[in-house]
Design a protein around this ligand. Structure first.
Ligand code: ZN
Length: 398
């Protein structure tokens, strides 16, 4: 009898433990500005927000570009620390250019521990469909389940796959799943944030999210916490305010120039002297009217620290101005992001599920705090020092 009680107690403990094992589904809607729910109408996302928590805005890290921000969300680090300092950049030590997705071929571009790595190291299975750089073998390891971004799959297929993963037997089931949709960003770039094309894209993704949340409840009994985020917002830009990079006359035999549209990054080549760099900087400061030469102080405040990926000179713009190399007749109005943090650059944060309190309103916060929040939900121990702070989102955990 004693033995039986012991077994029953052990079973009860196991059950409690199992009940506490939370699952996280993290979905990024690229370029979904903080105000799109109301501006364009996203009833499903609004309903999900009512069941949990919504923030006034999710502040992107600098620069407010896709790759640096997706990596900050899943590493809790500023770009200078996780390594992906822009969608495209130069490394003066490697003497190589990085472009989006190069981490898949060579994961040494990434210099930290993404959440799926942290999970897998601690015996928690992870699945990505997709997330920027999630196919990269970081620290020798990929998520248990992942897909190559080189062959983008239809959006509904992504939803189907996520539900399938959640229906797997417990031993095979991932407890961390990431998903990604690009259509809202694509339309924002082409037609601007307030266009009817963006409204249509928002409605499409909203339907998919609604369907996913419904199916998770109808088809599984897994305790899923759904976190909806975006990497940045979107600002209107105009053709007439575009700055011609060629007119700046930067000698490309002496400098590597990376045009990131909202900013221009200038790196001296190996044989270029410090004096030549300073001369160029002085000249550009005199030329600066539509742009600014970012000061060292400003860059430090934006989280840019010294290293081979830090440009010697950074020229910054404000919407609606951007840099371009296109001839005048090929310039178009539209939308973009990458600017310093502003209300327009704020993204989305909505979280709901059994481990999250209901009805909370949150002030806008930096996306570096999501990583320790997810780690907490999943019961993972942080293994490295991070920039993000678990205390920021602790109040919304039940
Ligand atoms: Zn993006």
């Amino acid at each position: 009898m004693k033995q039986l009680v012991g077994v029953l107690l052990a079973l009860a403990c196991l059950q409690v433990q199992a009940a506490e094992e939370q699952t996280v589904v993290l979905i990024s809607i690229d370029g979904f500005r903080h105000d799109y729910i109301e501006l364009h109408g996203a009833p499903n996302i609004a309903k999900i927000a009512e069941q949990g928590v919504r923030s006034d805005g999710l502040m992107p890290v600098y620069p407010s570009k896709t790759f640096p921000n997706h990596l900050s969300i899943v590493t809790g680090q500023y770009p200078s620390k996780h390594g992906i300092v822009d969608n495209n950049f130069y490394d003066t030590e490697r003497q190589q250019r990085y472009k989006m997705g190069d981490g898949v071929k060579d994961s040494t571009w990434l210099t930290t521990l993404p959440i799926w790595n942290l999970a897998e190291f601690q015996g928690v299975k992870a699945a990505t469909f997709f997330w920027p750089e999630s196919e990269a073998r970081i620290n020798g390891r990929t998520p248990s389940y992942y897909f190559n971004y080189s062959t983008p799959a239809p959006n509904r297929q992504r939803i189907n796959q996520m539900v399938e993963w959640l229906k797997l037997p417990e031993a095979a089931r991932p407890r961390l799943i990431t998903g990604y949709f690009s259509i809202v960003d694509t339309m924002g770039h082409r037609f601007g944030p307030e266009s009817h094309q963006v409204a249509k894209a928002v409605k499409h993704v909203d339907e998919l999210i609604g369907e996913l949340w419904q199916r998770i409840h109808d088809e599984t009994d897994v305790p899923v916490n759904l976190i909806l985020v975006s990497d940045h917002g979107m600002s209107q830009i105009t053709a007439q305010d575009m700055i011609d990079v060629n007119a700046l006359n930067i000698n490309e035999d002496m400098f590597e120039v990376v045009n990131a549209q909202t900013r221009l990054m200038i790196y001296p080549k190996e044989e270029t002297t410090e004096q030549q760099t300073q001369e160029l900087k002085q000249r550009l400061m005199q030329q600066a009217a539509q742009f600014v030469v970012e000061s060292e102080q400003q860059l430090a405040q934006l989280g840019v620290t010294d290293g081979p990926r830090k440009p010697a000179i950074v020229l910054g713009t404000q919407a609606p101005a951007t840099f371009t190399t296109r001839p005048q007749d090929q310039r178009k109005d539209g939308g973009t992001h990458g600017f310093h943090s502003s209300r327009d650059m704020d993204g989305l944060f909505v979280a709901t599920g059994p481990a999250i309190k209901q009805g909370g309103e949150l002030k806008r916060f930096s996306n570096i705090h999501i990583y320790p929040f997810m780690a907490k939900l999943l019961g993972l121990e942080l293994m490295t020092e991070i920039d993000g702070d678990a205390a920021v989102l602790a109040p919304i955990i039940r």
